[in-house]
Write a protein that binds this ligand. Structure first.
Ligand SMILES: *[C@@H]1O[C@H](CO)[C@@H](O)[C@H](O)[C@H]1NC(C)=O
Ligand SMILES: *[C@@H]1O[C@H](CO)[C@@H](O)[C@H](O)[C@H]1NC(C)=O
Ligand SMILES: *[C@@H]1O[C@H](CO)[C@@H](O)[C@H](O)[C@H]1NC(C)=O
Ligand SMILES: *[C@@H]1O[C@H](CO)[C@@H](O)[C@H](O)[C@H]1NC(C)=O
Ligand SMILES: *[C@@H]1O[C@H](CO)[C@@H](O)[C@H](O)[C@H]1NC(C)=O
Ligand SMILES: *[C@@H]1O[C@H](CO)[C@@H](O)[C@H](O)[C@H]1NC(C)=O
Ligand SMILES: *[C@@H]1O[C@H](CO)[C@@H](O)[C@H](O)[C@H]1NC(C)=O
Ligand SMILES: *[C@@H]1O[C@H](CO)[C@@H](O)[C@H](O)[C@H]1NC(C)=O
Ligand SMILES: [Cu+2]
Length: 555
């Protein structure tokens, strides 16, 4: 009886949603300190509304999202709506010093944007220092007519799975240490599932995420990698998945028993509860793609899937067999097998390209800066096309563009790597015209030295891109071009470029603004692994409106 009643509710909701016109989805996030006992340690962390993960925002395509962020923390911060196009609302992108100056302590700012042409799972996070380790949450975008609009059978239930990293320390201090030593942050103390580390840590009684499911039903798992610095494997013992979307873009259904997900990415996967009724572990562990041995978190975060009415004595024997940390083959298979689902009316891959770029990036050893007081011998430096990105200090790039403020940035980001040996710290942008098609070969530089190479998840703000091809080693245009998927490539906002390898992305610059493209490992972003696309206004009505009245200014 109970089950039958539960089935009726989604149908009614779907009908209501189909009739409803665009809605306004409004939230207030009070970002402030929160006492928490985690890993047998009492800490003060900073969260939105005293929740870890923070509140879930759920909207339908076409809705307007309004979030009042009140900064009750001692840190200036901005909040980024990861993957949202921000069509004609670039001021609300929340990219620290790119589109916004941070919200000062005791101040507030209202982010407002429309959800246009996007469905699936995205997320939001602080975009200032390591604060995003605890200030994050899910951003769920449903079709305009609700679950009836899914290009797959509406699931019985939906389960957000937000993977994260936890430090037993104030993450701002972790960030400061990373800068003082010049070596990046130390490894995290635990991995988490929905904010909790699970029962495989040395701390007895640590929090475990648990979810109850009914037998023989299909659930939609909305998986988000909110970890700061690590790619992750995710499995549920005794269960398999069908991937139906990544980064809020539908995919051809892809069957797998392991999800591979990099910081910044999302994966929507269907899971059918057809196993014998029992408790099953879900687990996440690190994919370590480094070619040299550097310490990483070898722990496993766990949660439990509990079948209704099942005995609990089966959980101990049901740990999923996780891939080895170094299993880059399993990772590559997942990342490279996905294809986009092309439906009538979806954007097609643009055939002609206006800007063909080769962007080479990587890490090197640089000199210790005077303020890096604990730096010994060298500091890590990262660059894109030889420029180590420097954040502007006096104005956001978007405000500087809008006001025509000189001296904040230069428009000379090169379209291919110049033959200069050292990375110089600067704030160059690549200017393209509104509506131009941009193709970028993202080339990871290979090193034989002590730094080795590793995968880098490259994230573009403001646009989705088509991933036309990916490969290992040096990009060879003759070899690669025949292999471009121009028919149904996967569509993403964050692509994992394999260590020493490459990926080719293509997008249409149909939104005026300043759009950040950067490595989503926070160990690499402050070192300069970033650049910016400048897109001026298009023909009316494609004009960037003036900044909101409460837009934070820099001090
Ligand atoms: C944390 O706990 C301390 C000691 O009980 C208390 O003084 C403080 O107000 C608490 N902070 C928050 C943010 O709740
Ligand atoms: C957002 O949607 C609202 C309601 O449909 C519309 O009035 C407004 O112009 C849109 N804003 C932008 C920036 O497109
Ligand atoms: C936001 O700041 C404004 C201006 O200081 C103030 O009037 C308003 O009450 C604040 N709103 C919240 C929710 O704190
Ligand atoms: C929901 O919207 C999708 C896409 O517009 C459409 O294909 C589908 O038929 C709609 N379903 C219902 C039940 O309205
Ligand atoms: C689930 O489906 C299988 C196969 O149809 C069936 O054998 C089993 O009894 C079902 N389990 C429940 C709890 O309904
Ligand atoms: C399983 O149930 C027993 C009896 O209710 C309880 O003592 C035990 O703690 C439970 N185990 C877990 C892992 O919840
Ligand atoms: C971009 O390419 C298209 C197609 O070749 C062309 O029509 C357009 O003029 C180009 N735009 C610019 C700014 O060159
Ligand atoms: C930024 O502001 C500081 C202090 O007002 C000034 O010294 C500096 O020249 C400015 N930098 C730029 C790039 O305008
Ligand atoms: Cu990186």
């Amino acid at each position: 009886m109970e089950r039958a009643a539960a089935m009726v509710v989604p149908l009614v909701l779907a009908l209501c949603a189909a009739m409803a016109s665009a809605a306004v989805v409004e939230h207030t996030f009070n970002v402030g300190g929160m006492n928490i006992s985690q890993l047998c340690t009492d800490s003060v962390i900073y969260t939105a509304n005293q929740q870890l993960p923070g509140p879930t925002i759920e909207a339908n395509e076409g809705d307007t999202v309004v979030v009042h962020v009140v900064n009750d923390s001692p840190y200036p911060l901005s909040v980024h709506w990861h993957g949202i196009f921000q069509l004609l609302s670039g001021w609300a992108d929340g990219a620290h010093m790119i589109t916004d100056c941070p919200i000062q302590p005791s101040a507030n700012f209202t982010y407002q944007f429309n959800v246009t042409g996007q469905e699936g799972t995205l997320w939001w996070h602080a975009h200032s220092s390591l604060l995003r380790a605890t200030i994050y949450g899910a951003l769920i975008l449903k079709p305009r007519n609700g679950t009836a609009g899914y290009p797959f059978q509406a699931p019985f239930g939906e389960i957000p799975i937000i993977l994260g990293e936890w430090w037993n320390k104030n993450v701002n201090d972790v960030e400061t240490d990373a800068h003082l030593t010049g070596l990046g942050p130390p490894i995290s103390d635990a991995l988490t599932i929905n904010g909790m580390p699970g029962d495989q840590t040395p701390c007895q009684g640590a929090g475990v995420y648990e979810v109850e499911v009914a037998s023989n039903e299909t659930y939609l798992l909305r998986i988000i990698n909110a970890a700061v610095n690590v790619e992750l494997f995710f499995k549920v013992a005794g269960h398999a998945f069908t991937v139906v979307a990544v980064d809020a873009s539908y995919t051809d259904p892809y069957a797998t028993d392991v999800i591979v997900i990099a910081p910044g990415q999302t994966v929507d996967a269907l899971m059918t509860t057809s196993a014998p009724p029992a408790w099953y572990y879900m687990a996440a562990n690190v994919l370590d793609s480094k070619t040299v041995p550097i310490r990483f978190n070898t722990g496993t975060a766990t949660g439990i899937v509990k079948y209704e009415g099942a005995p609990n004595d089966t959980v101990a024997s049901s740990m999923p067999a996780m891939p080895a940390h170094t299993d880059v083959v399993t990772a590559g298979t997942f990342y490279w097998s996905l294809a986009g689902l092309v439906r009538p009316g979806d954007p097609l891959v643009p055939a002609a390209v206006n800007h063909s770029m080769l962007v080479e990036f990587g890490m090197e050893q640089g000199p210790c800066a005077p303020d890096q007081t604990r730096c010994q011998g060298f500091a890590l430096v990262a660059s894109m096309n030889r420029y180590s990105f420097q954040f502007p200090r006096n104005a956001s790039l978007l405000k500087a563009m809008y006001d025509g403020l000189p001296g904040v940035y230069s428009e000379d980001f090169p379209s291919s790597p110049p033959p200069v040996p050292v990375a110089s710290k600067a704030t160059p942008v690549k200017k393209v015209m509104y509506g131009d098609v941009v193709e970028v070969v993202l080339q990871s530089r290979a090193y034989s030295g002590v730094l080795g190479t590793e995968n880098h998840p490259i994230h573009l703000h403001g646009f989705n891109f088509f991933v036309l091809a990916q490969g290992l080693g040096r990009f060879d245009p003759i070899m690669a071009e025949g292999a471009y998927n121009l028919v149904n490539p996967q569509v993403r906002n964050t692509v994992v470029v394999p260590g020493g390898g490459w990926a080719v992305i293509r997008f249409t610059a149909n939104n005026p603004g300043m759009w950040f493209m950067h490595c989503h490992l926070d160990a690499h972003l402050p070192l300069g692994l970033a650049m910016v696309f400048e897109v001026p206004d298009g023909p009316a009505p494609n004009l960037l409106p003036p900044p909101p009245v409460d837009y934070p200014i820099c001090y």
